[in-house]
Design a protein around this ligand. Structure first.
Ligand code: FES
Length: 267
């Protein structure tokens, strides 16, 4: 653990208010609320959003990028899409000045307190090589063989009726985000499903799925893409499945269904 570093004078930051400060070459969000000071990493654990510039309500700050909320006293993640705490640091007031000492680990660990606690740990993160990350959604270029396969419920879990868009969405409900344990349809990750008659395989269809991620670097992306292909590809009327990654418009928490909100227990 390092030494305390002077970061501001008492009274330099309005109450309530926040400022970005630097401590030992790290960027820290310093908050002043109800006469006390708090320091956390100025980094949202979802995708790096700057927390000092987020909306501050009481002791909670909302990431300006996708709305995840954090407790500025402990760094705890309080709402999606963040599921990990950011680091909180030691603060002391001395000689009319505010001093901060960095901690090496988070003050709290794990998911938001309202999240289910008995959850298996997700597979080792892999970067998602998105090559068509803006509107229009080019074809997904991830080699399907690189994504770790996860156990899907049997396709028989979905009523084996004629192929249609609703049937595809039902099959996609078999695929869960491995960090949140909610299916990708209820999370609001599926932007569109298009069925086109196959020219190579009469009577069957090419299925194109427009899918987004909660962040461009979502480590679970390759796994969810592979699972979506396997789930939909199991239908006898499907000739091929294409997953197109679309990041515009960006995903926001309000895309979740009520079912997803109920499962997560957070809003
Ligand atoms: S970067 Fe903070 S919620 Fe997405």
């Amino acid at each position: 653990m390092g030494d305390f570093v002077r970061v501001a004078g008492v009274g330099d930051i309005p109450d309530p208010g926040a400022r970005v400060v630097e401590v030992d070459d790290e960027v820290i969000a310093l908050f002043h609320v109800e006469g006390a000071y708090y320091a956390i990493d100025d980094v949202c654990t979802h995708d790096g959003g700057p927390l000092a510039s987020g909306e501050l309500v009481g002791h909670k700050v909302a990431c300006p990028r996708h709305g995840a909320r954090f407790d500025i006293r402990t760094g705890a993640a309080l709402s999606m899409p963040a599921v990990r705490a950011t680091r909180a640091h030691d603060v002391r007031i001395e000689g009319g000045e505010v001093w901060v000492r960095l901690r090496t680990g988070p003050m709290v660990e794990g998911p938001p307190s309202a999240m289910p606690t008995a959850r298996p740990v997700a597979a080792a993160p892999q970067p998602l090589p998105i090559t068509a990350a803006t509107g229009g959604g080019g074809a997904e270029k991830t080699p399907s063989g690189t994504a770790p396969a996860s156990p899907l419920p049997s396709p028989a879990a979905v009523d084996a009726g004629p192929l249609c868009e609703d049937r595809v969405r039902e099959m996609l409900r078999l695929v869960k985000d491995p960090e949140l344990f909610v299916n990708i349809v209820d999370l609001g990750l599926i932007y569109g499903v298009t069925l086109t008659p196959s020219t190579d395989s009469p009577g069957r269809h090419h299925v194109a799925i427009d899918m987004t991620m909660t962040s461009p670097a979502c480590p679970a992306g390759p796994q969810m893409i592979g699972d979506a292909k396997r789930a939909v590809g199991s239908h006898p009327e499907v000739a091929a499945v294409e997953v197109r990654i679309v990041m515009d418009p960006p995903w926001t928490p309000d895309r979740r269904t009520d079912d997803a909100r109920d499962q997560l227990g957070i809003f």
